[in-house]
Write a protein that binds this ligand. Structure first.
Ligand SMILES: *Cc1c(COP(=O)(O)O)cnc(C)c1O
Length: 384
């Protein structure tokens, strides 16, 4: 009997340790971990740079309030600002909190309430981010949502135009809808979106919680589409497993947040910032990011070669190392079978297998994963 609220349907696996792509359970079984704590462990498990940064910092200082100067926070903010279209950073502890900060900043700066987000989006579980999320199943049972969100359709610019009014403050998007089924934004839609934002003076908020910090082969996913967001949110890969999030905003938004406007007790504490600086130093490196892009391309090629022709497979798509295999049938049993074969992968929606290898994955590991998936998905094809 568990004393936990059953908010997760847990697998029959108890993880004991990890190293790079490999996860080892309490029975000593080894897995290729293509879940990575759901897009969190971008540098794999226990990357030495991150372990060193954390343990060194833990010996000297864990936490002080944001009433103090925090050198590590200044350093991380400088890097995030340099690498993004934004200029100022607010640190918090999770993706949903980063989005709350974004929603609050957009409302405060514009003095308007309405934000357009997209159907099938995912922005988090707190009341504001949940309302921003365009999925009825996330809202179910929680009563009245914050009524200032409406949901347009991905890759349908007309559906956005129809929802713009005098009360619209911002448009909030993901460049790849991770939780929404690995749906990639089209370049043409992205450039039309950017144009619309400029034309109507709307803020463009890009939720990079899943796509940011190198996942797509760029520091931030929006770079693939040539966007220049006013507000960017990150979390997941930012701490490689240490809970931390950030909201990055353009210069002109700075004055909307003053002392007392927003805050977080833990946000950006020295322990978190030591980890973040180690992560950013390792990932925001041109040759590292180039390799991620190449690995992403090879992985999609391997998958298309070994699974592309199977009748059950509908589509293989993604950006960098965020990849989805959409099937014509539910994939729950395939996820379990892959796990039995030593490959950890995630379902998203009923029909999509989502693959999130660490960015440090080797070519051999990508080939091995494609081979296991071909066997597992192929066996189902044979049965129908
Ligand atoms: C995971 C996720 C979130 C929520 O992050 P938490 O840290 O779980 O609050 C928000 N947006 C996107 C795009 C995500 O993938």
């Amino acid at each position: 009997m568990s004393s936990l609220f059953p908010t997760y349907q847990r697998w029959e696996v108890s993880a004991k340790s990890g190293k790079g792509t490999m996860l080892i359970d309490t029975n000593g079984k080894e897995y290729l971990d293509f879940v990575g704590g759901i897009a969190v462990c971008n540098l794999g498990h226990c990357h030495p740079n991150v372990v060193d940064a954390l343990t060194n910092q833990a010996q000297s200082l864990w936490h002080v309030s944001n009433l103090f100067q925090i050198e590590g926070q200044e350093q991380a903010a400088t890097v995030l600002a340099e690498q993004s279209s934004g200029d100022y950073v607010f640190f918090c502890n999770s993706g949903t909190e980063a989005n709350e900060a974004a929603i609050k900043l957009a409302r405060k700066f514009t003095g308007k309430n309405h934000i357009i987000s997209l159907a099938n989006s995912f922005h988090g579980r707190t009341l504001g981010s949940m309302a921003a999320t365009g999925q009825a199943k996330i809202h179910e049972g929680y009563g009245t949502m914050l009524s200032s969100f409406t949901y347009a359709d991905l890759n349908d610019i007309e559906s956005i135009k129809e929802q713009i009014s005098q009360e619209t403050a911002a448009i909030m998007i993901e460049v790849v809808q991770g939780e929404g089924g690995v749906r990639v934004m089209e370049a043409e839609f992205a450039s039309q979106l950017q144009e619309l934002c400029e034309q109507h003076e709307l803020l463009l908020i890009v939720d990079e919680v899943q796509t940011g910090i190198g996942r797509t082969g760029k520091a931030f996913g929006y770079e693939n589409l040539g966007l220049s967001p006013d507000i960017i949110t990150v979390a997941k890969g930012l701490g490689n497993g240490f809970p931390v999030g950030a909201m990055i905003g353009k210069e002109h938004l700075k004055s909307a947040f003053q002392p007392g406007s927003h805050g977080s007790t833990f946000g950006g504490n020295p322990l978190a910032m030591a980890v973040v600086n180690a992560v950013l130093e390792t990932i925001f490196d041109e040759s590292f990011l180039k390799q991620v892009e190449e690995k992403g391309n090879s992985f999609q090629t391997y998958l298309k070669q070994s699974l592309g022709e199977l009748p059950i497979v509908k589509d293989i798509r993604g950006l960098g190392l965020l990849v989805g295999i959409e099937c014509h049938e539910p994939v729950a049993d395939l996820i379990t079978k892959a796990r039995e074969q030593g490959l950890l992968v995630l379902p998203v929606g009923p029909n999509v297998i989502r693959l999130l290898p660490p960015l440090v994955v080797t070519d051999e590991e990508l080939q091995q994963a494609a081979k296991i998936l071909a066997q597992v998905v192929g066996s189902k094809t044979a049965a129908i």
